[in-house]
Design a protein around this ligand. Structure first.
Ligand code: 9MR
Length: 454
């Protein structure tokens, strides 16, 4: 453990005059949001909604697992249930990650949204490279649906049976399925899924169908005709991969028109991407966008589920797909809640949430813990303010002892820990953050302390 000789240095003037650049945040076990906050899943339940997130099975431990399990009432496997994942070679199945996610959800009292059975993307090579007659293709699809839906019968609340069937102009996408089977692949897939699990709610899911437009109207007309034909269709999924500041003004109206057809609506893949780097103004706009989408769902009784497509910026598809864009989810890459998190909570009726705006704040989390040791971290983030140096202090309540620190100089006297910035990370700009870590020992308990910045 390095000893500290660094004293608190002068802060940069807070960008917002009169705003003290000190704040303390309590992180609940494992780094979740402010301890006084009600989890999002409980807020949603009080509104008759389910809030969900897409997840990656291999990450469901530590802070990621704690947040996924505590904040969300449903999980959607981001990739694990797609055809290429579950049947990479013909007749060879790999259910490992899908099973893991379903088991995690059951252990945490969560629903699962199955995603997805019939899509033009992420199909195995043996399927897409094969040369099939229509009859063969239909058999392959029916077997796939029966096998996967049957495996999880009774454990999946809703299936995205058909994913992304439309082009932007409302015509049908010319996919493997459309080309081989015509438009009837949709009705058949729904019928087969219903036979395999009559209790699961069956959805058609698409993107750029959040507002009233040609594509959403095509989806509307399809659902209407499926209902008229008696095809089992229970809901529509509006993916909602949105761009900062571009929530469609007709979102609620669009949700309502689907509800009026007699189907449920889910916001299935919500994220709001921005040009990087993030700053406090962009994060505030993003919060407003998340709030608007959540409020639109809250306003329509049949909008039953709102799912974010990854809850943390470190687990998002956006940066890999849209170079220069990112920061699209409600938690940052170190699992600290962003203004968007608080905005969702507010739109769900949360009353104790106060976004840490106009200030800098520190969040303590235990990132790993074993026998008598642990690794912790503190993240210092600024929004509407900035720092040129910092000092984080806390008092351990259960005899923990810091043994080694990095990216900070830490001393411990009795239960009191003081950490100051290293020579290279004293500056925290508006909209930025720094993180330091430490190892320590614990015995009996390892409760998260309150960190004071200042
Ligand atoms: O999040 C998924 C990402 O990890 C995959 O690389 C990508 C491949 O297409 O699919 C992502 O999820 C998509 C979802 O299944 C359907 N709607 C669009 C999502 C983002 O591409």
């Amino acid at each position: 453990m390095r000893s500290s000789s660094t004293s608190l240095r002068t802060r940069l003037a807070a960008l917002c005059a009169g705003v003290a650049a000190t704040a303390a945040l309590i992180a609940a076990g494992g780094g979740s949001a402010h301890a006084a906050d009600t989890p999002l899943r409980d807020l949603a339940a009080a509104k008759g909604k389910v809030i969900g997130t897409a997840v990656t099975g291999s990450k469901l431990t530590g802070t990621y697992g704690d947040l996924a399990g505590s904040q969300f009432g449903s999980l959607t496997p981001g990739n694990a249930m797609k055809w290429e994942s579950v049947e990479p070679a013909r007749g060879t199945f790999d259910w490992t990650e899908a099973d893991q996610i379903v088991a995690f959800a059951q252990a945490h009292g969560q629903q699962v949204r199955g995603h997805t059975l019939v899509w033009h993307n992420q199909n195995p090579g043996w399927l897409t490279n094969g040369s099939w007659t229509s009859a063969q293709l239909a058999t392959l699809l029916q077997d796939h649906i029966s096998t996967e839906v049957g495996r999880y019968k009774g454990r999946i609340a809703a299936w995205d049976v058909v994913n992304e069937p439309f082009n932007e102009d409302g015509t049908y996408r010319t996919s493997l399925w459309y080309n081989g089977l015509g438009t009837d692949y949709i009705a058949n897939a729904l019928t087969w899924a219903h036979a395999a699990d009559p209790a699961a709610k069956l959805y058609i899911n698409d993107y750029n169908v959040e507002g009233v437009n040609a594509k959403s109207t095509a989806l509307y007309n399809l659902v209407k005709s499926l209902k008229e034909r008696g095809v089992p269709i229970d809901g529509v999924g509006l993916q909602a991969h949105l761009i900062l500041g571009q929530v469609p003004s007709t979102l609620q109206q669009n949700i309502q028109r689907f509800a009026d057809l007699g189907v449920d609506v889910a916001i299935t893949e919500l994220d709001v991407r921005m040009a990087l780097p993030a700053d406090s103004a962009k994060l505030a706009q993003q919060a407003a966008d998340y709030k608007a989408v959540t409020a639109a769902c809250v306003a329509v009784t049949r909008c039953v589920n709102l799912t974010v497509w990854g809850f943390a910026d470190s687990d998002s598809w956006v940066e890999g797909t849209f170079p220069g864009y990112g920061a699209a989810t409600p938690y940052d890459a170190t699992y600290a809640p962003k203004p968007a998190y608080y905005a969702i909570a507010e739109a769900l009726g949360g009353t104790t949430t106060t976004p840490p705006t106009g200030a800098c704040s520190a969040t303590y989390s235990v990132v790993n813990q074993w026998n008598t040791g642990f690794t912790g971290q503190v993240r210092i983030a600024c929004s509407g303010a900035a720092l040129s140096s910092w000092k984080a202090t806390w008092t351990y309540g259960a005899g923990q002892q810091v043994t080694q620190a990095w990216n900070a100089s830490c001393t411990q006297s009795g239960a009191a820990v003081t950490c100051t910035n290293a020579s290279y990370n004293g500056t925290v700009p508006d909209g930025g953050s720094v993180t330091f870590g430490f190892n320590g020992t614990w015995n009996g308990g390892n409760p998260v302390p309150t960190v004071t910045l200042g």
